[in-house]
Design a protein around this ligand. Structure first.
Ligand SMILES: NC(=O)c1ccc[n+]([C@@H]2O[C@H](COP(=O)([O-])OP(=O)(O)OC[C@H]3O[C@@H](n4cnc5c(N)ncnc54)[C@H](OP(=O)(O)O)[C@@H]3O)[C@@H](O)[C@H]2O)c1
Length: 341
């Protein structure tokens, strides 16, 4: 019996913040598997800020969108993928899909949960966690006891980055867009200073937390950049000598044409303080994956890393979840649940 699968299509390219009407939920039939094929039912799908810039061109119109998933094999004529196996894939924004396990674009890989919750592999033990780990430790070259600033600190990547920095004995400042998020950062994740950038004047608050006074190393050694624009502007003058800025993302720009950010006017500090600013993508850190998984699983078991997820129910709400990232509706990783585990 072929499965009926609902999938999300983009109808028109958004200008500014996308609206739900720019997406459509379409029902399709998934063919029964032939020899060498299997059908996957997606259980969870990831929504990520980077999907927004792709809506401007890379995302095909009137076709299923793509994104990370965790699912289960529900029909199979492929010996390597048995019914009941968990898999990860890039076939998001749809409930079911047909696979053969070899298609590079689908990137279907078996997943052994190893006693951890499935969703952890979409957040703290997945791309999110590896981004924070590699971005901070490799690109940011973080040293024990340094002074760190993380923007979008209560989000998926940010909330892991602040905790890794705390584990390394660092003084950590985080910015986030609500008092609830700031309270979580301070009270549960151990962040030293949490700045609500929507109610506080960011520049002033950051200057108080990291004055960067002459002759003292009381500024910021590593700024883990998730936001861009006014955040980068405020952080640059606060950077210590030879500080590093690993550029993970610039979410404040993603709804602008060409992802153009607010003007950054404080770049001279790059020279005064011999700063290094470097963009990275998580794929750079594949060589760290095993070490990352070992460290992260241990830290979670020891209670040293906590994580939260915001789980939105049903594929119909996937566009809302994506839009919600730009309104700060998530704490920790934004995930859409498509089926029961
Ligand atoms: N380089 C890579 O390979 C890589 C991989 C993953 C993610 N990223 C980047 O990392 C950043 C975080 O991604 P994530 O998946 O962890 O998402 P996330 O932080 O969980 O969600 C996005 C958060 O950004 C904040 N935000 C939205 N618009 C903002 C604005 N205009 N100014 C300031 N904050 C804003 C919101 O929180 P508030 O309530 O605090 O505003 C929102 O909850 C993004 O820039 C993303 O593109 C990069």
């Amino acid at each position: 019996m072929p499965f009926t699968s609902k999938e999300v299509h983009l109808l028109e390219r958004p200008q500014g913040l996308p609206t739900p009407a720019q997406f459509r939920i379409v029902a399709t039939q998934v063919p029964d598997p032939q020899d060498g094929e299997f059908v996957v039912q997606n259980i969870y799908m990831s929504v990520d800020p980077a999907m927004r810039p792709r809506l401007a061109g890379q995302t095909e119109l009137n076709a299923p969108m793509i994104g990370g998933t965790i699912g289960k094999v529900v029909q199979s004529r492929q010996a390597d993928f048995k019914v009941g196996d968990f898999v990860t894939s890039l076939c998001g924004f749809r409930e079911y899909f047909l696979a053969n396990g070899k298609d590079k674009a689908q990137n279907v890989q078996k997943l052994d949960p190893d006693g951890m919750p499935l969703t952890a592999y979409m957040s703290v033990l997945g791309t999110t966690g590896l981004t924070a780990y590699g971005g901070l430790l490799e690109t940011g070259a973080l040293k024990d006891g340094e002074r760190v600033f993380v923007s979008a600190a209560a989000g998926a990547v940010g909330s892991i980055a602040v905790q890794i920095a705390k584990l390394k004995g660092c003084y950590v400042i985080g910015s986030a867009g609500s008092d609830e998020k700031c309270a979580w950062l301070k009270n549960e994740l151990g962040v030293d200073v949490a700045i609500n950038y929507k109610t506080q004047e960011l520049r002033k608050a950051l200057k108080e937390a990291a004055p960067n006074s002459p002759g003292k190393k009381d500024g910021i050694d590593v700024y883990f950049e998730n936001v861009g624009g006014d955040h980068l502007n405020a952080a640059l003058p606060r950077m210590n000598f030879q500080g590093r800025i690993p550029v993970c993302g610039m979410i404040s720009a993603y709804n602008n044409f060409g992802s153009i950010s607010e003007p950054v006017t404080t770049l001279s500090n790059m020279i005064y303080n011999r700063l290094r600013m470097e963009g990275f993508v998580v794929y750079y850190f594949e060589h760290l994956r095993l070490q990352f998984l070992n460290d992260m699983k241990r830290w979670i078991k020891e209670g040293k890393i906590k994580y939260r997820e915001t789980i939105v129910d049903g594929i119909e709400h996937a566009p809302h979840a994506l839009i919600g990232l730009f309104k700060g509706e998530n704490i920790g990783k934004m995930i859409v649940q498509l089926a029961k585990e």
